[in-house]
Write a protein that binds this ligand. Structure first.
Ligand code: GCW
Length: 745
């Protein structure tokens, strides 16, 4: 027996023992095609690939140190190999031929210590996958500096097989460019999910800590497969209950399940918790009693969850309490928590989504920058200011948030929405990879050209190390996790771009399609094309040319006529944003208006401020223009607006017919779900088109461009139409009296 085989045997654990661990439901599901297995389906490989793969991946030699994380890595590899190669991995690792896979860390697996794997520069989370000759044997090594690095490497290796890439020779090295890659759950403790469109919360608070649903493990596997390493368990509109002993025991149980997958748990707490939970008379950040309360509470949390990640805070925003209540700054509020967390290396993610619904405020989108920019350098080192991608609120298209690049002495993280609150919610097919890519690649010009948002948040622009990115999760209790099959792609692409913000949305889409459905080129090509165009389609039929916030109160469907009222502050209305009047349309944010352009670096500000140079897809965000203003295309703004709506509907029609032509590639269940949802989306697109044209026509009074059919119903009918119940929407039904309101066709 060669030296290598002996060494490998010494480090290997008998795989039979692994089988005793509870294998998550994912592998054993009887509902093969209900979407539960997401992109980790591991369907069997056919044809020439099977032969090739069997040759290159026949045996598995896991490292000796059987930490829960290494066990998870080994199990995953077993699951993947047996699924794809169509036979169980041998129960005892007999390395008698080429094709062994050795996984572990140099620390836990002596065999790996003597190899020059190039791990030194890959940090705690990176990995290498290499084909090596060891003592005459061709071996694939999957190694990391830590066990979690190994786990990430395993998923990367499996992806190689899932997408039918060669398995040898392999020389892959990867490390995440962003340190904290976090999913924010807007899940309430009563099981509902704010802006959640995939059923109830996956966290079963009532059952915890005694019962741990196997779904938690499958959730963790999915996250680890794309490198997500943090989870904020509860809604930023937070309940103080979360930090009571009753709930902390539940939080600890979840943390224990997620830990082996490299996932840390974070919580969000109301700023007023010292009053509601602590029975103090104040939550003033400068009050020593308040500071002491947070210190004690944090110590209690760390006793329950030793690797607790920290807090995510929404303060002074949409009715949430905050430091402003005590005349203190956002930095003073954030530092209060940061100081309590610092001894444990916890972090505070402090949201920049701070605004007051002040009827006199000139421009809502200015507020966050105006509040935070003067505080640059005032935040403690373990505070990361969490900034939404755009200055308003997750609209289908916004310019990048002007804070990116503008706070060189502050850690800034990017907050994206994965749940499609403003993009058709559960049913519409919108791949968000292109939206994420657009913001990550946006150039802030903060330090000259190339100062992209990606470089701000990966820390390379200002040499920062505590870097982070968050996505508001789209995951719920639905069997398929995300409400639709294609919504899964947004969870996937978020994770992948969080790992590498420079990756390509198109490449990631293609890999997701291959893993989720099939590698058949006749399917992959049209579906990727459809996904890549899908976000622009929703922009076209809902908010073209830089319009924003034209939706109904439920955030689903159109409501461009919604005007400020006694019950609705101006910046929660739609007309506030379109500023459509007899003269024209759009929000003047140049020097002659709110001057929000001045918040950008001079080069960018000049471009946005210039009517001529402003990108057409942001025109009405920055400019109020006459209806008859002529665009580069030669169309007037009015004609162009209408044609965008029409184009959006046509795009959805095309998506639907593309999908309908692909039935032979997809199992009936997932095919029909997607097909039906595309029909719903087509109705929705048509509704947006008709209602928007009806409304803006009532203001512009201009004729429709030739060939465009007028909306079939009156504006009144569109205004009266209301969908009373939509999951995930707070205050369901309140705005819809069940009267005889006509239903538009
Ligand atoms: O987009 C808005 C949502 C709110 C959300 C808020 C926020 C959690 O409509 O539901 O509250 O943003 O980001 O805090």
């Amino acid at each position: 027996m060669s030296q290598f085989i002996q060494a490998a045997r010494r480090c290997a654990t008998v795989l039979g023992a692994t089988a005793l661990l509870t294998l998550p439901a994912l592998s054993a599901t009887a509902h093969a095609n209900d979407g539960y297995r997401i992109w980790l389906r591991y369907v069997s490989v056919h044809g020439a690939w099977l032969h090739r793969y069997r040759r290159s991946a026949s045996e598995l030699v896991p490292g000796r140190a059987r930490s829960p994380t290494l066990s998870a890595a080994t199990e995953e590899l077993e699951r993947g190999l047996s699924g794809m190669l169509g036979r169980p991995v041998p129960s005892e690792p007999a390395i008698t031929r080429n094709g062994a896979i050795v996984l572990g860390t140099p620390h836990g697996t002596p065999l790996l210590r003597s190899l020059h794997l190039g791990l030194r520069t890959l940090g705690k989370q990176g990995y290498v996958i290499r084909t090596l000759q060891i003592h005459g044997h061709r071996v694939t090594v999957i190694a990391g500096n830590t066990d979690v690095g190994v786990l990430y490497g395993v998923f990367r290796f499996l992806r190689q097989m899932q997408t039918r890439q060669p398995l040898e020779p392999l020389a892959i090295a990867s490390r995440p460019k962003i340190r904290h890659r976090v999913l924010d759950f807007w899940d309430n403790l009563n099981g509902s999910v704010e802006r959640g469109y995939a059923g109830d919360s996956i966290w079963k608070w009532r059952e915890l800590p005694e019962y741990l649903s196997p779904r938690y493990i499958d959730f963790a596997r999915a996250c680890a497969s794309v490198g997500i390493n943090g989870v904020v368990l509860n809604n930023v509109n937070a309940s103080p209950w979360i930090v009571t002993p009753l709930y902390l025991a539940k939080v600890a149980a979840l943390a224990n399940v997620l830990r082996p997958y490299g996932i840390r748990v974070y919580l969000t707490v109301p700023f007023s918790a010292p009053i509601t939970v602590g029975k103090l008379s104040s939550a003033d950040p400068l009050d020593p009693a308040v500071q002491a309360w947070w210190r004690t509470k944090v110590a209690e949390i760390y006793r329950a969850v030793p690797d607790f990640g920290g807090f995510l805070m929404k303060a002074d925003s949409e009715g949430e309490p905050g430091p402003e209540n005590y005349g203190r700054t956002q930095a003073q509020g954030a530092n209060l928590l940061a100081r309590a967390l610092a001894p444990y290396h916890g972090i505070v993610m402090w949201r920049a989504f701070v605004y007051s619904t002040n009827p006199h405020s000139e421009d809502r989108v200015r507020q966050s920058y105006d509040i935070f920019k003067p505080l640059d350098g005032k935040f403690d080192r373990n505070v990361i200011v969490q900034v939404k991608n755009g200055p308003l609120d997750f609209q289908p298209r916004e310019p990048f948030h002007p804070l990116f690049g503008a706070m060189p002495h502050t850690h800034l993280m990017l907050e994206l929405e994965i749940t499609k609150e403003y993009l058709g919610q559960q049913t519409s097919l919108v791949y968000l990879g292109t939206l994420y890519e657009e913001v990550l690649r946006a150039d802030t010009w903060a330090r000259g050209p190339g100062s992209t948002v990606a470089r701000v948040i990966d820390g390379s622009l200002y040499g920062q190390h505590d870097t982070a990115i968050a996505g508001v999760a789209n995951i719920g209790s639905d069997r398929n996790w995300c409400g639709s099959i294609f919504n899964q792609s947004n969870w996937y692409v978020f994770g992948r771009l969080a790992w590498n913000p420079d990756a390509s949305a198109r490449t990631i889409a293609a890999q997701w399609v291959r893993m989720t459905f099939t590698n058949a080129a006749g399917f992959v090509r049209p579906v990727v094309r459809m996904m890549m165009g899908s976000r622009e389609a929703v922009v076209d039929y809902s908010d073209p040319l830089g319009l924003a916030s034209q939706m109904a109160g439920t955030h689903y469907g159109p409501g461009p006529w919604i005007a400020p009222s006694k019950h609705l502050p101006p910046d929660w209305s739609d007309t506030y944003y379109s500023r459509a009047n007899a003269e024209g349309i759009g929000f003047d944010r140049t020097a002659s208006g709110s001057d929000a352009v001045a918040q950008y670096a001079p080069h960018v500000a000049a471009e946005f401020a210039s009517l001529k140079h402003c990108p057409e897809n942001l025109l009405l965000w920055f400019h109020h223009v006459p209806w008859t203003y002529r665009l580069a295309s030669g169309h007037t703004v009015w004609d162009s607006l209408v044609l965008h709506y029409v184009r959006g509907v046509a795009a959805v029609k095309r998506m639907r017919s593309t999908w309908r032509g692909l039935s032979r590639y997809v199992d009936p269940r997932r095919f029909q779900l997607t097909s039906a949802f595309l029909t719903i989306q087509l109705h929705e697109a048509q509704w947006w088109r008709d209602a928007s044209i009806a409304y803006f026509h009532s203001i512009s009074h201009l004729p429709l461009p030739p060939g465009v059919a007028p909306p079939p119903d009156s504006l009144k009918a569109y205004e009266a139409f209301c969908i009373p119940y939509l999951e995930g929407t707070p205050g369901n039904g309140a705005a819809c009296p069940p009267d005889d309101a006509p239903v538009p066709r």
